[in-house]
Structures are given as C-alpha cells and as structure tokens.
Design a protein around this ligand. Structure first.
Ligand SMILES: N[C@@H](CCC(=O)N[C@@H](CS)C(=O)NCC(=O)O)C(=O)O
Length: 237
C-alpha cells in the first residue's frame, strides 16, 4: 500500500473516488481474533477494502442494519451481499485472488482435512480457550486444569509443526492464518508459562507471524469509524 492510498480518500480524483466507493466495506475490531484473521486473509489475497473500525459497546447503526446479529467481522460487497462469518470472509478474499495459493490443497481430501481442523479449533478449542481466559481472570484455582485441556490442542499443533513448516504441509495455507489469532490468545493468557512450555515449534511459528510486516499492517490502529466516519483504505492495491 503506498502512502497516498493509506490516507483517507477525501480529495481524490473522481475516477479514483468511484473505484474506492465500489470497494467492499469491512466492519472490524482491531483485537478481535475473528476480525484479525479476516484482515490477514484480505492482505494475503492482496484485496482492498474500506475498513470501518469499531468497538463492541458502540456498534454502527449501518452495520446492524445489514447484519443484525451484531458480530464482527462483517463484509459488505458492492453488490449488496453481506458476509457475516470470518471464515466466509477469508474464503471470499482468497477465492477472488490467492497469490500465495493458501487454498491450494493437493486434493479434495486435503481441503476437507483443513476445513475440519479449522472447524475443530473454532468450536472445541475456542471454548476451552474461553474457559482458560475466564479461569485466569476469576478462578485462579482452575487455571492449571483449564490450561491442561487447551494443551490437548496445542500439542497437536506442535506435532504438526514438527512434521512440517506450516500446519498442513511445508506450504502456508488457510489453516495457518485461520488459527493464528487463537493461538496468539492462548500464548497471552499466561505469558511466562507459555514462554517455557514444551512447544518450541508453536512459539517459532507464532513468532514468525507476529514479527512479520504483514501482521504489523493488519494490527495497525485506525480512528474508530463512529467517531470519525471516514473509511480507511485497507489492503494491497
Ligand atoms: N463466528 C463469528 C464470531 C465472531 C465474533 O464472535 N466476534 C466477536 C468479537 S471477537 C463479536 O463480534 N461479538 C459481539 C459482541 O460481543 O457484541 C465469526 O467467525 O465471524
């Protein structure tokens, strides 16, 4: 993204302004793991969207009007289609363009294995993660037990990363960017414990994402759209 594209789109030429107006709108929340993975996929797909950052305590009426369930991310396409699930947003972006072949699985079986893994982490691991977070905050007695449950999943990630560089193979895939925000959450709950935990491959894999320029861009802070209703160009042009 060049400097001029990174600014708000006021004062652009008509042609450019029209092009920008036709971009999808992404309602997002900076620290939400679901929104994070949607933004990661949009970047990896080299797509561009108009980003509207929000806080959950003040959701824009414009978003609720198109997506009453009120969760982020929400992507609104120029043709009016509304995509309300983060995985669907990722798939939309990568089906548009996939320069890194993140959806390219060797065969149908590998694709379903990948989607199954993502689904398992989105449901089972996510609920263990919530229990672990809650225990850390409110029930210190339960922390070790909740951490142990999460570790069943982390062990499997470690095992995969021992066998190959990324989750599915030596090539990065949708699974890596779908899971990374949740593993990041796990790593932040008990930082000191995590740093000494027997998961060196997980640490290496997570660090390589957290330290990548793309992650810095995905996590950049923008003014909240409700305070300042100016869309921010997000992604690669
Ligand atoms: N299944 C949804 C989950 C999205 C989700 O739960 N996002 C949270 C923020 S991290 C949210 O918007 N919660 C709404 C609220 O708490 O009001 C997805 O994958 O997009």
């Amino acid at each position: 993204m060049n400097k001029s594209d990174n600014e708000f789109f006021h004062g652009k030429s008509n042609e450019k302004a029209n092009k920008i107006k036709a971009l999808p709108i992404l309602y997002s929340l900076r620290n939400c793991p679901y929104a994070m993975r949607a933004r990661l996929a949009i970047f990896k797909a080299q797509q561009q969207v108009l980003l509207r950052d929000l806080v959950l305590s003040n959701k824009p009426a414009e978003m609720i009007a198109v997506s009453p369930k009120g969760t982020v991310p929400v992507l609104v396409l120029a043709n009016g289609r509304v995509i309300e699930e983060s995985l669907e947003v990722m798939l939309w972006a990568l089906q548009e363009t996939d320069p890194n072949d993140l959806l390219d699985c060797q065969n149908e079986g590998a694709l379903s294995e990948m989607l199954l893994l993502i689904n398992e982490f989105d449901t089972d691991f996510k609920s263990c993660l919530e229990a672990y977070k809650c225990a850390k905050r409110y029930q210190e007695d339960n922390v070790a037990q909740c951490r142990e449950v999460c570790q069943q999943y982390i062990k499997r990630v470690e095992q995969r990363l021992t066998e190959h560089t990324f989750l599915m193979s030596d090539k990065e895939s949708l699974a890596d960017i779908a899971l990374i925000p949740f593993i990041r959450q796990f790593a932040r709950i008990e930082r000191q414990w995590y740093l000494q935990s027997p998961y060196p491959m997980v640490r290496q894999w997570l660090n390589s994402y957290l330290q990548s320029p793309i992650f810095t861009k995905v996590m950049a802070k923008h003014p909240l759209w409700v305070d300042e209703p100016q869309d921010v160009l997000f992604g690669v042009n």
